[in-house]
Design a binder for this molecule. Sequence first.
Ligand code: PTT
Ligand code: SF4
Length: 612
Amino acid sequence: MNGWTGNILRINLNDRTYKKESFDEEFALKWVGGRGFALKILWDELKPGIDPLGPENKLIVAVGPIAGIPAPNTGKTVVAAKSPLTGGYGDGNLGTRVTEQMRRAGYDVIIIEGKADKPTYIYIEDEKVEFLPADEVWGKGTYETHEWLYKKYGKGVGILSIGPGGENLNLYAMVRSLEGRAGGRPGIGAVMGSKKIKAIVVKGTKPIPVADPEGMRKLGLEDLRKVQQIDKETGWSLQGTTGVLAWCNEVAALPVRNMRKTHHPDAWKIDGERLNAARVATYGCPNCTMRCGITILDHEGRKSELDYENIGMLGSNLEIFELDQVASLNYLCDDYGLDTISAGGTLAFYADAIDHGAIQGDFKFGDAEKAKELLRLAAFREGKLGHLLADGSLRMAKQIGHGAEAYAMQVKGLEISAYNCKFIPGMALAFGTSPIGAHHKESWVITFEINQTPRDSYGPEKAAKVIELQRIRGGLFEFIVACRFPWIELGWDVKNYALYFNKITGLNWTVEDFWHVADRIYALMKFFWLREFPAWNRTMDYPPKVWFDPTNADPEGPIAGKVLELDKYDRLLDYYYEQRGWDKRGIPTKRKAEELGLIEEAREVEKIAKLE
Ligand code: PTT
Ligand code: SF4
């Protein structure tokens, strides 16, 4: 079977055993890799209702056929588990040397089950797996942990690690790698921490199986050069993802003050131009010729790599407009291993709740020093406030009451990333239907919507565009496992990925085949949610209430007086469900499940809910 190693490494922490298992071609073709593999394994192996932070949950590390092959931006890996933040399926995607090392070690998937009895790190080298003590770095930040491991194993190994956030079961703790890479927003770092695993180190020495190695090598290297050339011509990586900040401010889509506001006169102080001017280094993922990790010195003089989401959520959303202070908050999130989006969203919610008298406290928007202290409390779960903050905005809102839930800016428990959609219906739908909770990664429809459609329309074309992007972003790039930026930022045609896929596997797929796999994955993710939440209803695909509240409309600016309309959003959601072949509850129909080859899965779902 070319294109896949065909192997899964299963590690059991309860008795410190491991074994190599194989998967067959049917599994490979049906789920392809990355998110597809992770989801299917979690579906098959997790009992519904298990505690995500208990030993029954499984941590999955998965790559896909293109991962690690020299070709545009193939240094990404998926980390997944049942999410402790949302209770549903959770995953994330990060740049790491683990991608290539894991395939060279001979694995497409690593499953980690059970729980270690003391702080441990796992060292994997080809067939060998070692369980080693991590006491020396338990309690330490990710930067120190990585240095400690590099000293032992050299810089070339792949490392995934957690910080104090994951150790202390902060529900939005992430997995970290390299200088500034982080993945697994829905608390995948907390799952790793619950298993007492500080780090996973991987080294491999074998070739990656490719059907046409010479053809792929030639094509891959040529295309890496072409992508580099396009990046040079367009200048995209000068500002990278942060180029969008000024635009968001201009079109009233910036998160400001817990998303109460959509723009701010000081936004220019933290925009992509300012960031590029302050750059002291550029970081990036392996196999990338358009490196986008713009790195500056933070307020304390440490190197901190910033992307748009980091600045939007830790900067404008907290009304902090000093770039070096935003960089400090970002550095702390990286070192503690916390998701910047949920951390920023939760802190902003806290300040808003204080403003609204729902809770007492001395944190105000704009207070960077206090924000640093709060991040520490959240990472270490210090005191009552630390516990509240560590649980994310939805749980915090439920605990403090006073109607605060309406302005906890989240969907399904996951904080909304840095796009304020109080009057952007299509992007609100993208957040609402994102299958891991509110994440822009699934469907970033906002630029299409604002630049190419009437902003106030709720027509079926918007639902269609959300689905089209979900197939590419949440589907293709998550199961083939590659960074989507060459496509989205430089216009690199998705058809190229069919070329790579066929050279690697020896198959003859078209992009249509990719979309079919993507739809299968989306349908199974929905079944996963339904199995965990049998009382599922369509309101779980709604964005926060406050976006429908006329009293929350902007008093001035481009969208003055405008908010989303619930009846129209509902119609848009219907269009979305109809186009996906899902019923009015948002559940795939029996016919759709059959069409996607999910007959067994549908049968299991029918034990708890009748399918239409
Ligand atoms: C991703 C989410 C994002 S999405 C950002 S910035 W972005 C935040 N980054 C964080 C960070 O950094 N440190 C931290 N402690 N927390 C962070 N939380 C936030 O996490 C990232 C890039 C970016 S930068 C994006 S959009 C793209 N994401 C991709 C994706 O999801 N899939 C894919 N196939 N390709 C992608 N390419 C781009 O990768 P999550 P990374 Mg991250 C410091 O994983 O859970 O999806 O959260 O991956 O290697 O850091 O690269 O404006
Ligand atoms: Fe990583 Fe950025 Fe390159 Fe994508 S474009 S692979 S996120 S460095």
